[in-house]
Design a protein around this ligand. Structure first.
Ligand SMILES: [Zn+2]
Ligand SMILES: [Zn+2]
Length: 405
């Protein structure tokens, strides 16, 4: 990446702040280029995302927020809407950029806090309404039009919205609470199971279908791994969503051994395993007759990790209430530290770890347990592994850093 990380942050954030749709698009493409560049590491991408969130005291985050004011949300997709439509269009184009950035929980946190550092629930509500509209709108339109294939922009916005939902839900309890609020509609996760089984979505390309199932698995993980949400999620149709993902995932996806870790079935196994290691959630799953719901998918569960025989030795017995087979590989995962790590891996589509903001730091990601990195006391966004690195970062960071009381 020419010009180094500091210039990348400047260029990217400046483009995302412009009015012109093409500039917003270019900003999004630059983020993608950083994320997928063979010359840069995952940590470098995290650093860029964190600093874009700090940029001019959170200006980029405020910009995204202006796209989802209640006015623009209520006028969503109404024909003949006035200038609000411009805001909506920008949000559509900005969603993929938001989806890249919000993979970092620091960015989500900055997004939901106002300048006094207080979490604003209304921000979470507006983002939630907007993203859900985008997800369901694509399906509704295609049902009406009976179109044979989605256009690429629709697919991109749809998948990005889904990823954004799971990023926000993973990083923020406030956002999960908003999603948990009762609606007149059907249970939260049943709506998403419908997405998967919809005939029209079956016409997606193989790559989009895989991304959709991964996105749904990430959303499920955001709730299944959060202790405040597990029981609610099961009552809201989470197990049906998992069953729908198993159902829609072809066995052949699991054949290539080196790709198993990235398969939706593998991720669903981890979610189910997490839920069934706990007594309260296992009880709840039994009450929802999960044994019958999952039995048809046992071959896929086993195929994702043949060495573990998860259905035979663990899922089946747990759901039946009989003794499980003790296995070292499984008990290893049960330590708190390993779960913390597993959560980070399986709940993010592409993990964006929290890292020290200094570009030459080699400390890697923030430790999952124990004392984390310290944060910049002014902006509450930048993170540091040490005083020295905070000092080294200051000359470039001070341009963006603004005080939060
Ligand atoms: Zn700062
Ligand atoms: Zn450092």
């Amino acid at each position: 990446m020419e010009g180094g990380l500091d210039q990348t942050v400047e260029r990217c954030a400046s483009m995302l702040l412009l009015e012109d749709l093409n500039q917003i698009k270019a900003g999004r493409k630059l983020l993608e280029a950083v994320r997928h560049s063979p010359d840069l590491s995952n940590d470098d991408f995290s650093r860029v995302a964190q600093e874009v969130a700090a940029f001019q005291g959170g200006a980029v985050m405020s910009r995204f927020l202006s796209f989802v004011t209640p006015a623009s949300v209520s006028r969503l997709y109404l024909p003949g809407a006035d200038s609000q439509l411009e805001g909506l269009k920008r949000f559509l184009h900005a969603t993929p950029a938001l989806c890249h950035l919000t993979g970092s929980k620091i960015v989500v946190d900055r997004f939901l806090r106002d300048d006094t550092g207080t979490i604003q629930k209304v921000r979470a509500e507006n983002v939630h309404i907007q993203l859900m509209n985008q997800v369901t709108q694509v399906v509704d339109v295609s049902e009406r039009m009976k179109s044979s294939m989605f256009n690429p922009l629709e697919i991109m916005t749809f998948l990005a919205s889904l990823e954004c939902l799971s990023n926000f839900a993973r990083a923020s309890k406030t956002f999960r609470d908003v999603m948990k609020e009762p609606t007149e509609q059907r249970k939260t996760f049943e709506q998403f199971s419908d997405l998967r089984s919809s005939k029209n979505l079956a016409k997606m390309t193989a790559g989009s279908s895989l991304r959709l199932r991964l996105g749904l698995a990430c959303l499920a993980a955001s709730f299944a791994f959060a202790e405040d949400s597990q029981l609610w999620a099961i009552d809201s149709g989470l197990l049906k969503l998992l069953a729908a993902i198993y159902e829609a995932s072809p066995l052949r996806e699991l054949c290539k051994r080196n790709q198993r870790g990235g398969s939706p079935v593998y991720r669903c196994n981890k979610i189910l395993y997490r839920l069934l290691t706990l007594e309260a959630t296992t009880e709840k799953a039994r009450a929802h007759n999960a044994l019958e719901g999952f039995r048809p998918h046992r071959r896929k569960m086993n195929a994702a990790e043949p060495e573990l025989a998860l259905w035979r030795d663990y899922f089946g017995p747990r759901l039946q209430g009989t003794r499980v087979v003790e296995k070292e590989e499984l008990s290893e995962l049960q330590s708190a530290e390993n779960w913390k790590h597993a959560e980070e891996v399986y709940s993010a589509m592409f993990q964006t770890p929290v890292v020290c903001s200094w570009k030459l730091c080699a400390a890697g990601r923030e430790p999952v347990l124990g004392k984390g990195f310290s944060m910049c006391a002014r902006c509450h966004v930048a993170r540091y592994c040490s005083k020295e690195h905070q000092k080294s970062h200051w000359p470039s960071h001070k341009v963006h850093c603004r005080k939060m009381p």
